[in-house]
Design a binder for this molecule. Structure first.
Ligand SMILES: O=C[C@H](O)COP(=O)(O)O
Length: 266
């Protein structure tokens, strides 16, 4: 079975009520390229159909705008949090629980983004616990991994990325609700996109790692998406690579160019 193409929009800590409302309206009115496989504006996602051709689209506004987005965004596009805590409801000031996300109709969360790993100093063990909690609570996880420029130059990319994944594999056996986002840190927000070869190489190695560490089934079925300066201009070549199953888009997800990325021919 072909893996369903997946495009996530990570708004990061951007936006206001007005700006997010404008983005929601844009998404609600977006026209799809008929070459995606379907025609009409309601074809982004339909969870009642088993389609390999229709792209799955998920957007991740900051926590303050999750409910606004879910309330006004058309059905068929899912909403993701950018983080979730690993404990049930309780005395954890400033955190959001998995059950609170579910209660608000939020079906995905991003975890392990390098901005949280580096700036907030989140370690792989915490990210693994959060991943386990999200999955146990019925929330899908966009699990981000990626190396710094220094690590790439020291030829440590695969070692770093697989160590980040291994922390999750220690706690999680079922990877069917995980989408892995490979995001080289040096490509995030820098305008310096990985070459198709660089991205494909790492995605291939991640798939190999899944086969040897998780299962052959996880290797074949897990979506591995690329993030890091993806635009409507550079997404096409990346999308044609055999192990690239979509994108996690930052800056460009705030702009109309996002629809061209969703509609990319592959
Ligand atoms: O989560 C998204 C990535 O950090 C990529 O961000 P970017 O597209 O702005 O480089």
């Amino acid at each position: 079975m072909a893996r369903r193409f997946f495009v996530g929009g990570n708004f990061k800590m951007n936006g206001s009520v007005k700006a997010i409302t404008d983005i929601i309206n844009g998404l609600n009115n977006a026209q799809l390229d008929p070459n995606v496989g379907m025609s009409g504006a309601d074809c982004f996602v339909d969870h009642n159909r088993e389609s390999d051709t229709v792209t799955e689209v998920v957007v991740a506004p900051s926590a303050l705008y999750l409910m606004l987005t879910r309330e006004h965004l058309r059905q068929g596009i899912e909403v993701a949090a950018q983080n979730v805590f690993d404990r049930p409801n309780g005395a954890f000031t400033g955190e959001i629980s998995v059950s609170q996300l579910k209660d608000a109709g939020i079906t995905w969360t991003i975890l392990g983004h390098s901005e949280r790993r580096v700036i907030l100093q989140e370690e792989s063990t915490l990210i693994a616990r959060k991943t386990e909690a999200a999955l146990n609570g019925g929330i899908g996880v966009i699990l981000c991994v990626g190396e710094s420029l220094e690590q790439r130059e020291a030829n440590k990319t695969i070692e770093v990325v697989t160590a980040q994944l291994a922390a999750v594999a220690e706690r999680v056996k079922d990877w069917s609700k995980i989408v892995i986002a490979y995001e080289p840190i040096w490509a995030i927000g820098t305008g310096k996109v990985a070459t198709t070869q660089q991205a494909q190489e790492v995605h291939y190695e991640i798939r190999k790692w899944l086969a040897s560490t998780v299962s052959q089934e996880a290797s074949e079925n897990t979506r591995i998406i690329y993030g890091g300066s993806v635009t409507d201009k550079n997404c096409r070549d990346l999308a044609t690579q055999p192990d690239i199953d979509g994108f996690l888009v930052g800056g460009a997800s705030l702009k109309p160019a996002f629809f061209d990325i969703v509609n990319v021919k592959r």
